[in-house]
Design a protein around this ligand. Structure first.
Ligand code: ADP
Ligand code: MG
Length: 264
């Protein structure tokens, strides 16, 4: 599943890291950091100076997945970090063969390294360039973190259009997993108004779980930990645990529907 939204600072990385960590309590999870800023890598205890080969090597140099997977501070959660070279990756990809499907091909070829892995999350950069395109071509589904602010609906319509284009060109079964409201401030009338609008427009595609603005969430990365481990009792950690539960519940409901329609 990709976490995508062309806007920066809406909570993609925070949601990728903390949903991954919450899922890792019961499942095996791999997170692939596709943002040259590498915040997911830092947030999981791999500082820039210690990155070595990562998603750039995987996508651009064709290095095998098994060689770029790393353990994190969280049991059952591995990461492909963003190596420092990834900043140039967006441009270098332009001239490569099969530039849109390099991540999909790399994961296909590396499927042995993914044996026993239940979920792979892809943290995208804040743009709709080739790195994000690679993620959307690879993923089965996309989760769109959305900060409840004035232009939120416009931003989300841009990503929805992108999903349509990716479906038409590369990945017909790409699904919108859902929209997740992040950094929500209940004391702010605008937050409530935007949430009502987004729910009115997207209905059940909006997750019930809302992630509140919480200082512990923003402190955790500087300790190299997800908030679910840094301060499990904090409102932010509890919200991400709930998000994981809702994610799994929706997954099971989908599987039941699928089994029903196949039985019919
Ligand atoms: P993106 O990956 O979309 O650019 P981030 O996940 O990096 O966004 O979040 C942007 C900033 O907001 C970061 O500094 C992060 O720590 C902070 N942040 C994200 N979610 C929360 C939250 N629920 N409460 C407080 N701060 C948050
Ligand atoms: Mg990010």
């Amino acid at each position: 599943m990709a976490l995508a939204n062309q806007k920066g600072g809406v909570g993609k990385t925070t949601t990728a890291v903390n949903l991954a960590a919450a899922l890792a309590a019961r499942h095996r999870v791999v997170l692939i950091d596709l943002d040259p800023q590498g915040n997911a890598s830092t947030g999981l205890g791999i500082p820039r100076a210690e990155r070595g080969a990562g998603s750039y090597s995987l996508l651009v140099e064709g290095r095998p997945l098994a060689e770029v997977l790393r353990e994190t501070s969280v049991p059952n959660l591995s990461i492909v970090p963003a190596d420092p070279n990834l900043a140039g990756g967006e441009l270098e990809l332009v001239d490569l063969a099969k530039r849109e499907t390099r991540l999909r091909d790399a994961l296909d070829q590396g499927r042995d390294a993914l044996k026993g892995v239940d979920w792979v999350l892809l943290d995208c950069p804040p743009s709709l360039g080739l790195l994000t395109l690679n993620a959307l071509v690879t993923a089965e589904a996309v989760m769109v973190p959305l900060q409840a602010e004035f232009y939120a609906l416009e931003g989300v319509s841009q990503i929805i259009q992108t999903l349509d284009r990716v479906r038409a060109g590369f990945n017909p079964s790409l699904r919108l997993e859902g929209i997740v409201l992040t950094m929500f401030d209940r004391r702010n009338n605008l937050s409530e108004a935007v949430a009502t609008d987004v729910r009115g427009f997207f209905g059940s595609q909006v997750y019930d779980t809302v992630i509140p603005r919480n200082i512990r969430v923003s402190e955790a990365p500087s300790h190299g930990l997800p908030v679910t481990l840094y301060d499990p009792r904090s409102p932010g950690a509890e919200a991400y645990a709930k998000l994981a539960t809702e994610f799994l519940r929706r997954h099971r409901a989908r599987m039941r529907e699928l089994a029903k329609s196949e039985g019919a």
